[in-house]
Write a protein that binds this ligand. Sequence first.
Ligand SMILES: O=C(O)C1=C[C@@H](OP(=O)(O)O)[C@@H](O)[C@H](O)C1
Ligand SMILES: C=C(OP(=O)(O)O)C(=O)O
Length: 423
Amino acid sequence: MPSPHWSAPVAHAPVDAVVPLPGSKSMTNRALILAALADGPSAITRPLHSRDTELMADALRALGVGIGEDFDDWQVLPGELTGPARVDVGLAGTVMRFLPPVAALASGEVAVDGDPRARERPMGPIITALRALGADIEDGGRGALPFTVRGAGAVNGGQVVIDASGSSQLVSGLLLAAPRFEKGVEVRHEGPPVPSAPHLEMTVRMLRDAGAAVETEKNLWHVAPGPLRGGERVIEPDLSNAAQFLGAALVTGGRVTVPDWPAETTQPGDALRGLLAQMGAEVSRGPDGLTVRGTGGFQGLDADLHEVGELTPVLAALAALADSPSRLTGIAHLRGHETDRLAALVTEINGLGGDVRELPDGLAITPRPLRGGVFHTYDDHRMVMAAAVLGLAVPGIEVENPGTVGKTLPNFTELWASMAAPA
Ligand SMILES: O=C(O)C1=C[C@@H](OP(=O)(O)O)[C@@H](O)[C@H](O)C1
Ligand SMILES: C=C(OP(=O)(O)O)C(=O)O
C-alpha cells in the first residue's frame, strides 16, 4: 500500500540546522559488488541502508555471497557464485545494471526482474554487450527486464562496443565485474555523449582501490583480468541527498551544514557547491562540514546538468522559487530514470501554478507564484524531495507516496521535519 499523503512542512523562519546524511547509494552498491567479487572478506563501513542497497545485498546473497550486519556495517564474505536464483532489482538502476554481469559469472540460472517501471528503463545495450562478451541471456528478444542469465561459471570478456548515452551505469556495470572475466574487458562507447561522468570516475576509482588495473581514454575503458582485494571500504555521506537540505538554506535565507563533506570525492553531489553558489548562496567548507547560507532572494540557474543529472529534481524545485528564470540542459536521459523526470517535473510544478517548459534536452523554468495542491511522485524518491523544497515556501503541498524515499533515504521526512519545523 502506498503511504498516505505527506503535508510538506512550511518553514516559518530561516532554517538553521546541521544535517548528518547516511552513506552514498552509488558507493555502497559498488562496494557490495567489489566485495562480493574479492578474494577475501570485506567490511563496508557506514553503508547506506535503503531499498536500493538492501536489494543489492539480497541479490548477492541469492548468488551465494555471505553478507552479515555488524551494527550498521556490512561484513561481506565472498562465496562461489551459484544459481538457480531469483533477483529483484526493484527500481534500482545500480542493481539492474551492476548485478547481471555478476550473475553471468555464476553457475546456474539467475532470473532477474524488478518493478513495472524497471522494465522500461534502458537495459538493451548491456544485454547485447554481455552476450558479445560470452554471456548467455534469455530476454525473449525484449532487450529489457525481465530476463534470465544462464551463468556458465565464467565469462570470456574482451572487446565490446556499447551506446551508453542512455545511462552511464551501462558502462559501470561491465567494468565492475570485468576483473573476473577471463580477458577482462575493453569497453568503447559510440553514440551521443555518456552522462554522469563523475559516476564513471567513481567506478574507476573504486576498482583501482580494490586492486584492479584500469586504463581510460575518452569513451574507452580497459580493465585487466586479475584479483580484487577485500578489506575495509568506508562509504562517504550521500552528497546527492544533500541537495534538498542545502537548498533549504537558499529558500529560507537560513543556514544548513552537512558534516563529513569529503575534501575530495567522485560524487556528483559535490557540484552542489558551485551550483548553489551560482544561485546566490554563500558556500563554505570547514572542519564542521559544508555550510550553505541563503542571503535572502536567489537567482535562477543556467546550467548543463549532463554530468550531474540526479540533482535535477531538487534544482528544478529551487528554480521554480527563484527570482529569475532558469534553463537546465543536457538531461534528455532523465526520461529513462525512475520516472520520466522531465515530464513529471513539468506536470507537477505546473499543477501548482508554475511555468515549466520541457526542452528537447531539459527544462526552462520561469518562477511564478505557486499554490498548494497534491504533488504526485511517480515512485521517484527525488520527486518527494523536490516537493519538500517547494513546500518550504508554498503552504498546502500534499506529497503523494512519501514512502518512496526509502529508495535512498528512508528517514527523509523525519530529517526534513526536524530541519524545517524544529520542535
Ligand atoms: O552509477 C551510479 O551510481 C549512478 C549513475 C547515474 O545514472 P545515469 O547515468 O543513468 O544518470 C545516476 O543518475 C544514478 O543516480 C546513480
Ligand atoms: C537516477 C537515480 O537512480 P538509479 O540508481 O535508480 O538510476 C537517482 O537516484 O536519481
